[in-house]
Design a protein around this ligand. Structure first.
Ligand code: ATP
Length: 362
C-alpha cells in the first residue's frame, strides 16, 4: 500500500496586499516518490514549497508530516531539506568545510562526521574537490555540493526549487539524469518545482500541474499527456501543443472543421451531457501522413509551413481558411508548401473538452 508522507489540507496562502498565492490546496505526497510541481510563473509553486518546509506560514489549512500536524512547527523541527536555485554555499570555505558546516556548528567532533562527509562526497563524485574553495567550482559541481550538504542532514523529504535554472541546456540534461539517479540511490521523497514541462515529464513519478494557486491535475506524466483534464493542461504539456478544434454536435456526430466527422459511438462516448460545441484535442504526433484505408479518421488539408527539427518535422496544415493544425512527423517530410495532402488520426486518441468549464469530458 502507498503511504503518504506529507498531507496538505485546504491550504491557503494570502499575502499582505491581497495576493492569494495558494488556494484550498489538498495534496498527499507519497513516501519515496519524485513529485514535480509544474506551472507558469506566479502560480504558487514556490509558496507551496515554502509552506511545506516552514519558511512561510499558511493563512489557513493544515500540513501533516507522517500523520503529525506540523503546520506551526519551525523549519528546523521538520527535518525537511531544501535546495534553492542559488546554492547558498560559503564561497570562501572548502567543499569539505561546506559539507561539514552544520555538524560542526552543532558542536559535533570531527571524528564523528568525517567518515560520513567523505562517503557522501564519494557518492556524489566530489572526492577530488574536497579541498577546493566553493567559489572556484563550476555550476554543476556547486549543485552537487548543495545536494550533498542537504542529504547529509538526512532529510525525510527533499524539496528542490528550480535547481537547474542556471544550467546550459546540455548540462541540464546530464543533471536531470543525475538527480533521478540520486533519488533511486537514496530513496528520499523529492518535491521538485519547475516551470519546464519537459523537466517535469522526464523526472516526475507524478506531476502536480498548478494554475493561479490551484490544482489543475495531479497524475503520472503519461496520464497527463494522454488524458489532460483541462484545456489549460492540454495546451501546457506537449511540444508542439495539442491541436484544439471547436466542433459542432450534430446527430450524434462531432463535426470538425474541414468536413471531418467523428461518430461519438466510435469514440466510445455517450451523447448525453455533451455540449453543443465541444473542443476536440488532437496531439500533433497523432496525425499520420498519407493514411491507408482502415481504422484512422481521414482529413484533407493544405500544407502551410514545414519546419524540420532533426529527426522530426513540424508540419502546419490548413484545414479551413482560418483553422490550422500542427502535425509532428518523422523527417524528412517531402510535401511542399501549398500541396493538398491527407492525414489520419486514431479517434480513440482524441480528447474532448467542455469549452465553457475548460474541463475534459468523459
Ligand atoms: P515563479 O516560478 O515565478 O517563482 P511560482 O509558481 O513559484 O512562480 P510563487 O513564487 O509561489 O509562484 O508566487 C505566487 C504568487 O504570490 C505570485 O503572484 C507572487 O507575486 C506572489 N508572492 C510570492 N511571494 C510573495 C510575497 N512575499 N509577498 C507578496 N506576494 C508574494
Amino acid at each position: 500500500m502507498t503511504e503518504s508522507i506529507i498531507q496538505l489540507r485546504n491550504l491557503t496562502k494570502r499575502f499582505d496586499g491581497g495576493t492569494v498565492a495558494v488556494r484550498n490546496l489538498d495534496l498527499d505526497v507519497i513516501e519515496g516518490e519524485f513529485l514535480c510541481f509544474l506551472g507558469p510563473s506566479g502560480c504558487g509553486k514556490t509558496t507551496t514549497l515554502r509552506m511545506i518546509v516552514g519558511l512561510e506560514t499558511p493563512t489557513s489549512g493544515e500540513i501533516f508530516l507522517r500523520g503529525e500536524r506540523i503546520t506551526d512547527w519551525p523549519p528546523q523541527r521538520r527535518n525537511i531539506g531544501i535546495v534553492f536555485q542559488n546554492y547558498a554555499l560559503f564561497g570562501h570555505m572548502s567543499v569539505y568545510e561546506n559539507l561539514a558546516f552544520a555538524m560542526r556548528i552543532r558542536g559535533q567532533a570531527r571524528e564523528r562526521y568525517d567518515g560520513r562527509v567523505r562517503q557522501m562526497a564519494t557518492e556524489l563524485q566530489l572526492g577530488e574537490v574536497l579541498e577546493v574553495r566553493a567559489a572556484r567550482l563550476d555550476l554543476s559541481t556547486m549543485q552537487r555540493v548543495a545536494m550533498a550538504r542537504t542529504l547529509l542532514a538526512e532529510p525525510q523529504i527533499l524539496l528542490l526549487d528550480e535547481p537547474l535554472n542556471n544550467f546550459d541546456p546540455g548540462l541540464r540534461e546530464g543533471m536531470r539524469a543525475e538527480l533521478k539517479r540520486w533519488q533511486h540511490q537514496f530513496g528520499t521523497t523529492m518535491i521538485y518545482v519547475t516551470h519546464d514541462q519537459e523537466e517535469a515529464l522526464t523526472l516526475g513519478d507524478r506531476i502536480l500541474v498548478m494554475r493561479d494557486g490551484e490544482v489543475e491535475q495531479l497524475a503520472s506524466p503519461m496520464e497527463i499527456y494522454r488524458r489532460p483534464q483541462s484545456l489549460f493542461v492540454a495546451s501546457f504539456i506537449g511540444r508542439p501543443a495539442m491541436n484544439l478544434l471547436t466542433a459542432d454536435m450534430e446527430d450524434g456526430e462531432l463535426q470538425l472543421p474541414g468536413g471531418v466527422r467523428l461518430d461519438l459511438g466510435r469514440l466510445g462516448m455517450a451523447q448525453e451531457g455533451m455540449p453543443a460545441r465541444p473542443v476536440a484535442g488532437i496531439r500533433p504526433e497523432h496525425l499520420v501522413p498519407s493514411p491507408s484505408a482502415g481504422e484512422l479518421v481521414r482529413l484533407e488539408a493544405t500544407v502551410d509551413l514545414v519546419r524540420p527539427q532533426a529527426a522530426k518535422t513540424i508540419v502546419d496544415l490548413r484545414l479551413g481558411h482560418d483553422v490550422t493544425l500542427q502535425a509532428l512527423v518523422r523527417s524528412p517530410y517531402r510535401e511542399a508548401v501549398g500541396a493538398r495532402v491527407a492525414f489520419g488520426f486514431d479517434p480513440h486518441k482524441v480528447v474532448l473538452f467542455n469549452a465553457d468549464s475548460g474541463r475534459s469530458i468523459g
